[in-house]
Design a binder for this molecule. Structure first.
Ligand code: FAD
Ligand code: NAG
Ligand code: NAG
Ligand code: NAG
Ligand code: NAG
Ligand code: NAG
Ligand code: NAG
Ligand code: NAG
Ligand code: NAG
Ligand code: NAG
Ligand code: NAG
Ligand code: NAG
Ligand code: NAG
Length: 582
């Protein structure tokens, strides 16, 4: 049931300045400032759906907690690694490590509140970082009501879409959740005109509600014979209009068509912290449009929809290599050669992933509108090089090029995976650097050795150069480091559920050392804000020279600092839990 906007903007602003919201701590559960049951009941009457009470889904496996969740333990265990199932749970993150809360003390030790799937560890199930109550938004009005309620009560707010965030920015202890996952509208328009654009400026475009995920967006685009530049995740569970896009949004298609934020997004609808719903394009609130393209999710307002330009559907070619070796030096030779060749592949429109773990290299590359003959010409000498290493002990499992009638067919072949194979549900922290073409061209040997010999898991993500490099770096908020980058190098750390806080902190220390090594190849270089957890100088690393302007735009559209996330614009003005100003 909808009702009118009860609190006027003037009243709101008066409240904020009277209580000095920007100078006081945000209200978190279970403080005495937390709204009463009656106040929440009153909010509920203004929403299209009942309020949600998120719980870590693993609670189903604990006798003391099982009744607090609507699923049973067998169901949770069955779907635990399914990114789409996890996204359907208001209380789940994709990585269970983000559901936990760690309280550190001055000696770097501390306590941990978690709810592990394994209930035999002897650790009680606790709420941790999972929000305590929230709005299951279905309409722009629901979002406005949620924002106004949060502002009125000065609540610690999180915006959550799929919970895929690798920085844990879509969850927070004691917070009020704005859950966009069920905003699933999709509309296609072959003559879309951004608000404020001249009448003759039209595009083939698709408008995605805030909760649409990539598998849904790709299916919808395909029905219109269109190609979309989007994220590639087994099961397609990453959000298509949330943090992926606002952080930059890379795709294996990016060397050909740019990032999500670059040539592809045309317009956003956004509810700002004042409760207003704005349509934002190059012509309407261009400053906010500039900031939303790369300035990061959870920072400038709640995006309710995003409109993407689509491209004509084209055939796609793929190149695959899988090899392993017991001798790391042999695998490092192969990987170094792979890295050395990546600038040429990017120039030819190829993108994709080279993943190294457990003595194995798995390469999956794709190029739009490239023939099989052209694919062979691009990869045959690399495959021959790999063949030459067999004499040194390389186990060359697969080298193949294939073609598909459409890019969508390629996507279905490699990314419509079974639910046990969706790369989610495990404890992972990422560290990374964007690598310039110069570093790739001069340091491929070193990089190959580090990735194979020193990193437990690593990936060369070939998603830049080409079209990413052909846009004016200052045309949007995105980190200018993307424009000189050719690829991203990722590394990761994980730890078992039996680890205590000291051991977890030590794992984070190892991650930091690996990232420092990557950084040393090009000191002070940039990183992709969606795929790098630990960063001291994050303003520079994630935003570069665009930081001051992003901060000014943030102050214009979120003067009350309702939306603050870890390592996000303006977060330096808040304490570690982003609750009290510093
Ligand atoms: C398995 C896996 C594969 C991935 N593959 C890719 C890839 O191919 N390319 C790539 O670029 N990245 C990839 N990522 C990283 C991805 O971009 C980030 O995890 C991103 O944060 C996900 O956005 P989300 O909206 O789905 O997630 P969420 O965790 O729900 O949100 C992420 C951030 O965006 C904010 N946010 C979400 N929705 C909104 C909204 N409507 N308005 C305002 N703020 C919002 C949240 O507050 C949070 O800060 C991958 C991640 C995973 C886990
Ligand atoms: C920090 O926490 C650890 C583990 O909980 C505890 O043993 C230690 O005494 C604490 N140190 C300080 C300085 O509080
Ligand atoms: C759960 O934890 C117990 C106790 O540490 C351990 O014996 C058991 O193997 C774990 N189960 C799983 C499935 O990991
Ligand atoms: C699980 O139950 C215990 C005991 O009642 C309680 O202390 C804890 O907060 C509950 N956990 C969650 C996630 O609700
Ligand atoms: C979704 O589409 C339906 C049908 O066109 C429309 O009534 C509704 O308002 C849309 N919802 C949002 C949030 O745009
Ligand atoms: C739109 O019309 C203007 C004025 O006639 C012209 O300058 C511009 O190039 C046109 N733009 C497009 C995209 O056709
Ligand atoms: C490669 O991996 C397979 C298992 O996938 C293993 O049987 C084989 O021994 C490995 N070979 C080398 C050379 O490491
Ligand atoms: C695909 O490639 C062909 C031949 O090179 C070219 O003519 C065509 O314009 C390309 N199509 C697209 C959509 O890029
Ligand atoms: C390309 O290489 C594949 C093997 O990877 C081979 O089967 C195919 O015949 C080649 N096609 C062309 C057109 O060269
Ligand atoms: C994805 O895979 C599932 C299970 O194999 C299948 O039922 C479904 O049709 C596939 N989807 C598409 C779009 O091909
Ligand atoms: C990277 O390459 C540059 C230029 O060749 C070289 O000076 C530098 O020593 C290399 N760094 C490492 C760590 O190999
Ligand atoms: C970007 O383009 C410039 C100018 O064409 C070129 O010199 C540079 O090597 C390109 N960088 C990458 C990463 O492709
Ligand atoms: C954490 O675990 C390590 C290794 O088991 C142990 O040496 C250390 O004492 C533990 N630390 C705390 C604070 O319990």
């Amino acid at each position: 049931m909808k009702s009118v906007f009860v609190i006027s903007l003037a009243l709101l602003l008066a409240f904020v300045s009277a209580s000095g919201a920007s100078a006081v701590c945000k209200c978190v559960y279970p403080s005495s400032c937390w709204p009463s049951a009656d106040e929440f009941a009153s909010l509920a009457t203004k929403l299209s759906q009942p309020l949600v009470y998120p719980k870590p889904p693993e609670a189903a496996c604990y006798p003391a907690n099982a009744t607090s969740v609507s699923v049973d333990c067998a169901t949770v265990t069955e779907h635990y690694y399914n990114g789409n199932w996890r996204a359907d749970q208001s209380g789940a993150m994709q990585g269970p490590n983000f559901e936990m809360y760690i309280q550190l003390n001055s000696s770097g030790q501390g306590t941990l509140e978690a709810c592990y799937l394994n209930s035999s560890l002897g650790i009680p199930c606790e709420q941790g970082n999972v929000p305590v109550i929230g709005v299951d938004a279905r309409t722009v009005g629901d979002i406005q009501e949620a924002v106004n309620f949060a502002t009125l009560h000065n609540l610690k707010v999180v915006i959550k879409n799929t919970g895929h965030d690798f920085v844990g920015r879509s969850t927070a202890k004691g917070s009020f959740l704005i859950w966009t996952h069920n905003m699933k509208n999709i509309t296609y328009d072959d003559a879309f005109s951004p608000l404020g654009a001249p009448a003759n400026e039209t595009y083939n475009a698709i408008t995605l509600g805030a909760g649409v995920q990539w598998h849904e967006a790709y299916d919808a685009a395909n029905e219109h014979g269109a190609l979309l530049v989007g994220g590639l995740v087994p099961g397609g569970s990453v959000g298509a209009a949330g943090g992926w896009l606002m952080g930059g949004g890379h795709s294996a298609l990016s060397p050909s068509y740019g990032l999500g934020s670059v040539d592809n997004v045309l317009q956003f609808s956004v509810v700002t912290s004042t409760g207003e719903s704005l349509t934002v394009s190059s012509y309407s609130h261009p400053d906010l449009f500039w900031a939303l393209r790369g300035g990061g999710g959870g920072t400038f307002g709640v995006v309710t929809s995003a409109t993407y330009r689509t491209h004509p559907s084209v055939p796609a070619a793929t190149a695959i290599l899988t090899a392993n070796a017991t001798d790391n030096a042999v695998l490092a030779k192969l990987l170094s050669e792979y890295i050395r060749r990546s600038p040429t592949w990017s120039d030819q429109g190829w993108g994709g992933y080279g993943t190294v773990f457990d003595g194995t290299l798995e390469m999956l590359h794709v190029a739009p509108n490239v023939s099989l003959a052209a694919a062979n010409a691009s990869y045959s000498s690399f495959f021959e090089f790999a063949q030459s290493l067999v004499a040194e002990g390389l186990n060359l499992q697969t080298t193949v090029t294939l073609s598909y009638p459409t890019y969508y067919d390629w996507y279905q072949t490699y990314y419509n995976t079974s639910e046990q194979d969706q790369e989610t549900g495990t404890t992972v922290l990422l560290g990374s650097r964007l690598m310039t073409r110069e570093v790739i061209e001069s340091n491929y040997t070193t990089l190959g050795q580090w990735m194979v010999e020193d990193f437990v898991w690593s990936q060369l993500v070939l998603i830049a150069g080409g079209a990413v490099n052909r846009t004016d770096p200052d045309a949007m908020g995105l980190n200018p480091a993307w424009r000189t980058a050719l690829a991203e190098v990722l590394t990761a750390m994980s730890w078992p559920d039996t680890d205590n806080v000291t051991e977890i902190q030590s794992a984070k220390g190892t991650l930091k050392e690996m990232v420092s090594a990557l950084d040393s190849l090009n000191p002070g270089s940039g990183a992709y804000l969606n795929e790098d957890y630990l960063e001291d100088n994050w303003q520079h690393t994630f935003f570069g020279s665009h930081y001051p302007r992003l901060k000014a735009i943030k102050a214009t559209y979120d003067p009350m600092a309702l939306f603050v996330v870890r390592n996000g614009v303006d977060s330096e003005d808040w304490d570690a839990d982003l609750i009290c100003p510093v």
